[in-house]
Design a protein around this ligand. Structure first.
Ligand code: C2E
Ligand code: MG
Ligand code: MG
Length: 339
């Protein structure tokens, strides 16, 4: 039976050509073996659906065989989703901001907005858990819209304190699903306008490995946002399949080198080579390069030697509430101490 699932799946490996364009369709298959517990066709379909759901989340174009334990997993997922929906509706999420610094002088040039969810019973739920759940359920649309509005208003407040904060920039993460929403351009520009900010203060981060999910329509919206002045960066660069060569054809202004390469960089080997291979041509192509996940002075120094212009990481400061960031920026002593 699994052989049949494999054969069906393989049929979709060849793209369809209904007209001029080539269309690739992937399918997720749920397989269930009838047992005493299945009394009606609906029982079978329900479990096949559960297995299909597992196949879907484990990656596109795969299949999964139903197991009773999957039901508990799905129930937990549905519950998480319901809690998240409620948290969004009642504005119970918050934002933390992490500094991005100029490696030459340690100055904070931008902050990245990171969503936080503190649940009364679950405690702090990691974005690595609730963002995928929001993406699957579509809740990423209201969540993303809220993040954009809140972050723009917070940035406007930060900039008003003047001095070092007056040219502070903002980075916001955006998931591919948000770029499938035709009102995304209005949402981004509306949030900026409402906060009285120019579009060029905003950097939109797209995870590199997910860029294939963005699609032509989404790339079009990114181009429109860039034409309006916003910047676009690849997040977690190095984890996907983009080559520096084809960056020219993508609407990209910056690259954030993934934590995994930066963290392991001092060990030499391939990680240092990746960092080096991004920093040099990145500068030549005119893209802004940020090294993510810098946790110690030695790594920061090595990045300076390599000519990396910007960095982010616990060494310079972790994600903090907006008030703590405001204090850090307006008190230069603190910023220098952090760098
Ligand atoms: P990201 O955008 O790559 O954000 C950087 C992550 O690395 C953050 O995790 C940050 O806390 C963590 N980090 C920063 N410096 C260091 C360091 O020196 N060492 C280590 N080990 N980690 C460091 P966080 O806040 O848990 O966020 C995880 C991911 O969730 C983000 O990765 C981003 O992809 C996603 N995310 C967070 N907020 C949002 C949002 O509002 N919208 C969307 N679409 N995604 C979001
Ligand atoms: Mg990011
Ligand atoms: Mg990242």
């Amino acid at each position: 039976m699994l052989e049949l699932a494999e054969r069906i799946s393989a049929t979709f490996d060849t793209p369809f050509r209904p007209g001029e364009r080539e269309i690739t369709i992937r399918c997720s298959i749920g397989v269930v073996v009838a047992s005493g517990g299945h009394r009606t066709a609906d029982d079978l379909l329900r479990d096949a659906d559960v297995a299909m759901y597992r196949a879907k989340v484990s990656g596109r174009g795969s299949y999964a065989l139903f197991e009773p334990s999957m039901q508990a997993e799905i129930a937990a997922r549905v519950e998480l989703e319901a809690d998240l929906r409620e948290a969004i509706e009642h504005a119970r999420l918050t934002l933390a901001y992490q500094p991005i610094v100029d490696l030459q002088d340690g100055r904070i040039v931008a902050v990245e907005a990171l969503a936080r969810w503190s649940h009364p019973e679950r405690g702090n739920v990691s974005p690595a858990v609730f963002i995928p759940s929001a993406e699957e359920s579509g809740l990423i649309l209201p969540l993303g819209a809220w993040v954009l509005r809140r972050a723009c208003l917070d940035l406007a407040n930060l900039r008003q304190s003047g001095g070092a904060a007056s040219d502070l920039r903002l980075s916001v993460n955006m998931s591919p699903r948000q770029l499938g929403d035709r009102s995304i351009v209005d949402k981004v520009l509306g949030a900026l306008r409402e906060a009285g900010l120019a579009p060029d203060v905003l950097d939109i981060e797209i995870t590199e490995s997910l860029v294939l999910d963005v699609g032509e329509e989404g790339l079009g919206y990114l181009r429109m946002l860039r034409a309006a002045g916003c910047k676009v960066s690849f997040d977690d660069f190095g984890t996907g399949f983009s080559s520096l060569g084809n960056l020219r054809s993508l609407p990209i202004d910056g690259l954030k080198i993934d934590i995994s390469f930066v963290a392991a960089m001092l060990g030499g080997g391939v990680d240092a080579a990746v960092v080096e291979a991004v920093v040099r041509p990145g500068a030549a192509l005119g893209v802004t390069v940020v090294a993510e996940g810098v946790e110690d002075a030695a790594t920061a120094e090595r990045l300076v030697e390599l000519g990396c212009p910007y960095a982010q990481g616990y060494y310079f400061g972790g994600p903090e509430p907006v008030a703590a960031i405001a204090a850090r920026i307006t008190d230069p002593g603190k910023a220098v101490a952090a760098a």
